[in-house]
Design a protein around this ligand. Structure first.
Ligand SMILES: Cc1cc2nc3c(=O)[nH]c(=O)nc-3n(C[C@H](O)[C@H](O)[C@H](O)COP(=O)(O)OP(=O)(O)OC[C@H]3O[C@@H](n4cnc5c(N)ncnc54)[C@H](O)[C@@H]3O)c2cc1C
Length: 547
């Protein structure tokens, strides 16, 4: 990364907090929101950017845990279904109920049709979900004739990055101090308990010491690395299991519905319509390396393609069509000798009092779906009184009810002069009720109404919100996570250049900063997404414009 300094952030040195949370993935952010909401003086530190770790490398399914049913983890299924419903109600613009299909090759599957029917019936009963209509599912999958198809209901959060940004906003408004690009180095113990923590600002290299009564280690797959770095001797907690995805273009005969299928070894594979593309994943490979360096191996890509061809033999895709490939490491409990698929998927908390560090708690496991529940458990562990929010599973809102909230937000945004209906809907989808903050900015100056890139409906006002209210600092924070247009189907290096110039101009960055930001952004994008040729070189239409 080339070096530059954003506007210096106020030093934290000498400040005192009730609780310091290390790690700004979905779990750390949820914990910060819970602690700050309870009136605790809270600091959240993240060495990279919020959501840049495992959270943005997941399959993005908010699931009740259908596959946990097979492993007999009934409690986890019930908990996940309850959390799924809460998210559907609280974030209807980001978490959407979707009809999924379970598709297996007739007579060749690892699971019998009877077992699948029984499992789906039970899953539907636990979730009290209405059975989705089965119309057209077979048609959507007609390219793969000979499939046995079963439908069920689950949910997708296409952009957990945005869910994190919203929770971050809640935490900040409740008084939390949140710092990305800040590494937690070492925990200070004295008198037999946690007294403070040493931090380093990644931009300036400045080191600070802050006082605190509790530290929550929410570093996901880095949990053991953080303890080692902080010089806390403890037994190993996490056994990293890498999971890879490939992102594919829409192809003839592609299903419109998320599909759950089996790989040749019986493992579950998802083919998900996502962000104008298809997400195909995932794999399970033990990985002891730095989770930040995880990348898909050729064997994993071959495995995913074999599963795709088994599901839809006439899909017409080759590995040359892969647009992106990314990998993340699941922070699963260390379970030597256990097959990865059999490792329990629930979360638990480790109190390090026995390791001579009372006041330090490590978070192990967890999922996007259950992050809020994990945060409540964690808050209770440090003495905060938290009740489980009530939920009436019988009163499932209709999908129409959910869409009407979105339509209402979009309608409010489209009232601003110069904002198209498409842009209004795109803003409402990513910002929900906060779309009004974007609207106010957009109304104040035409520069904020400019599109980030000429073929994206998203506008520069969203960037201003990201910087002012959601702690985005670098171009990568903006384009990959707060306003994640760079994950889109037609993003190229030319789009990066255009976006950097427009954002730099609107935010008043000097030219030298725009250059450095662009260079850093392109390296981050490559290290994360491994873009293939088509997404690196601009494609020109006959008129000379981009597609
Ligand atoms: C391939 C794959 C698919 C998945 N699919 C799903 C799914 O569909 N649905 C679902 O519910 N769950 C899914 N999961 C699980 C889910 O994504 C993770 O369990 C969850 O994102 C973990 O969040 P986290 O906050 O614990 O960790 P992370 O998101 O990894 O956050 C930890 C953060 O800690 C930071 N950090 C590390 N060390 C330090 C330090 N010293 N100082 C400061 N910060 C530090 C890191 O930079 C990182 O951002 C999937 C996981 C994988 C890998």
């Amino acid at each position: 990364m080339s070096s530059w300094s954003p506007n210096p952030r106020p030093p934290l040195d000498g400040q005192r907090f009730d609780v310091v949370i290390v790690g700004g993935g979905i779990n750390g952010v949820a914990i910060a929101k819970e602690c700050a909401g309870a009136g605790k003086r809270t600091l959240l530190v993240e060495k990279s950017d919020f959501g840049a770790g495992t959270t943005s490398r997941s399959s993005r399914i908010i699931h009740g845990g259908l596959r946990y049913l097979e492993h007999g983890e009934i409690g986890l299924v019930r908990e996940s279904l309850r959390e799924r419903e809460r998210l559907l109600r609280s974030h209807p613009h980001l978490v959407r109920r979707r009809k999924f299909v379970f598709a297996i090759r007739d007579g060749q599957g690892f699971r019998s049709a009877l077992a699948i029917r029984a499992g789906l019936w039970l899953y539907g009963r636990f979730g009290k979900s209405t059975r989705p209509h089965a119309s057209n599912i077979e048609k959507e999958l007609e390219a793969g004739s000979g499939l046995a198809v079963f439908d069920y209901e689950d949910a997708l959060c296409e952009f957990p990055e945005r869910l994190i940004a919203e929770w971050l906003g809640h935490a900040i408004r409740a008084g939390a101090e949140v710092r990305n690009h800040t590494d937690a180095l070492e925990i200070e113990l004295s008198g037999g308990t946690v007294r403070g923590i040493r931090l380093r600002d990644a931009f300036t290299g400045e080191e600070w010491r802050v006082g605190c009564g509790a530290v929550i280690n929410a570093t996901g797959p880095w949990v053991d690395r953080f303890c080692a770095q902080a010089r806390i001797g403890t037994k190993r907690m996490v056994g990293g299991v890498r999971g890879s995805h490939v992102v594919l273009p829409v192809f003839p005969g592609a299903p419109k519905t998320p599909v759950y299928t089996e790989a040749e070894d019986g493992r579950p594979i998802f083919l998900l319509p996502w962000n104008g593309q298809f997400l195909l994943g995932t794999t399970e490979a033990f990985d002891d390396g730095d989770p930040g360096d995880a990348q898909p191996s050729q064997a994993e890509i071959d495995y995913l393609f074999a599963a795709l061809h088994r599901l839809l033999p006439r899909n017409g895709l080759t590995q040359g069509d892969v647009r992106y490939a990314y990998a993340g490491v699941r922070p699963l409990p260390y379970s030597p000798g256990t097959v990865a698929s059999n490792i329990p998927r629930g979360h638990y908390l480790v109190d390090h009092a026995d390791d001579g560090a009372p006041g330090l708690i490590s978070v192990v496991g967890g999922k996007l779906t259950t992050a809020a529940r994990l945060a409540r458990d964690c808050a209770r562990r440090i003495g905060i009184k938290v009740n489980e929010p009530a939920i009436d599973l019988c009163a499932v809102p209709s999908s129409d009810g959910i869409c009407s909230a979105l339509r209402q937000w979009a309608h409010q945004v489209s009232g601003v002069l110069g904002i198209s209906r498409e842009t209004a809907f795109a803003i409402a989808q990513w910002h929900g009720a906060d779309a009004l903050t974007v609207t106010r900015l957009a109304a104040s100056d035409p520069v904020w109404r400019t599109s980030i890139c000429s073929h994206s409906p998203h506008i520069v006002a969203e960037v201003a919100k990201a910087v002012r209210h959601e702690k985005a600092v670098s171009l990568g924070d903006i384009l990959l996570r707060r306003v994640p247009v760079a994950l889109g189907a037609c993003w190229t290096a030319e789009c990066s250049q255009e976006a950097a110039e427009k954002i730099g101009y609107a935010l008043g960055w000097p030219l030298s900063r725009i250059d450095v930001e662009l260079e850093n952004f392109e390296s981050e994008r490559s290290a994360f997404l491994h873009p293939r040729q088509g997404t690196r070189t601009p494609r020109l239409t006959q008129r000379g414009g981009r597609r």
